[in-house]
Design a protein around this ligand. Structure first.
Ligand SMILES: O=C[C@H](O)COP(=O)(O)O
Length: 250
């Protein structure tokens, strides 16, 4: 039985004063304890998240990191810095990082391996563009990303990874993949893990859906066999929406 996992990705939103207010609101919510939950905040908000969430069961993490531990890498944060503040997660390979910051699979793979080596849970994002979907290339695209981004990830580490299937055309657009299509791609990912790592691991690994997941569609999406949670952008910025998402079983 996989524990559902719902994570907010704040993206480049909420300056420290706003972050403080939302985190304090989140901490006061009555959230379903059977759901793993967390927020991945901008780097400048990480210390605030550590402080405000420390006695709650809401975890937190970063939206990116570099793979080296320290050095002359202006503008980056490292896995050891995330360890120092006990961050639980790091989002890697988000389509916005791939598109706007030209991150390629080789770099993402180094980051995934580094996160695992430092006991930080990587939330690896994969997904196709609209053009790729319209030409029936979504499986090819996602398989290719998985092959490259998970290269050299050991059997003993694979179940720690969370994979987020995020069709790019559904991100921030209000268009959600149908629950059947989302489930079908999450199953495709699970089957890939089964082929490479075996059935045991494929049954344990958690696969999220991301792309305009909202209180109104969360129940239907998470009722699907292969969708174990959500990576939520816009709807994670409002406490009441985040509450409804986490409490989707109620
Ligand atoms: O990481 C989150 C996804 O990009 C989804 O964003 P969204 O919920 O605003 O569509």
């Amino acid at each position: 039985m996989r524990t559902p996992v719902i994570i907010g990705n704040w993206k480049m939103n909420l300056a420290p004063s706003e972050a403080k207010a939302l985190l304090r609101e989140l901490r006061e919510l009555d959230l379903d304890q059977s759901v793993e939950k967390g927020v991945c905040v901008p780097a400048i908000d990480l210390l605030i998240a550590e402080d405000i969430l420390k006695d709650s069961d809401i975890k937190f993490g970063a939206q990116n990191m570099y793979f080296e531990e320290s050095g002359a890498y202006t503008g980056e944060i490292s896995p050891t810095m995330l360890n120092d503040i006990k961050a639980d997660y790091v989002i890697l390979g988000h389509s916005e990082r791939r598109e706007y910051f030209k991150e390629d699979d080789e770099l993402i793979n180094k980051k995934v391996l580094s996160a695992l080596e430092h006991d930080i849970i990587p939330i690896l994002c994969v997904g196709e563009t609209l053009e790729e979907r319209e030409s029936n290339k979504e499986e090819e695209k996602v398989r290719n990303q998985l092959e490259k981004d998970l290269k050299d990830v050991k059997d003993s580490d694979i179940e720690k990874v969370i994979i987020a299937y995020e069709p790019i055309w559904a991100i921030g657009t209000g268009k959600t993949a149908s629950s059947d299509d989302a489930d079908c791609m999450c199953k495709f990912i699970r089957d890939y893990i089964k082929k490479v790592y075996g059935e045991d691991y494929s049954e344990k690994i958690r696969i999220q859906y991301g792309g305009s997941m909202k209180p109104k569609n969360v129940k239907e999406l998470l009722a699907k066999e292969n969708i174990d949670g959500g990576l939520i952008g816009g709807a994670s910025l409002k406490a009441s929406d985040f509450e409804q998402l986490i409490n989707y079983k109620k």
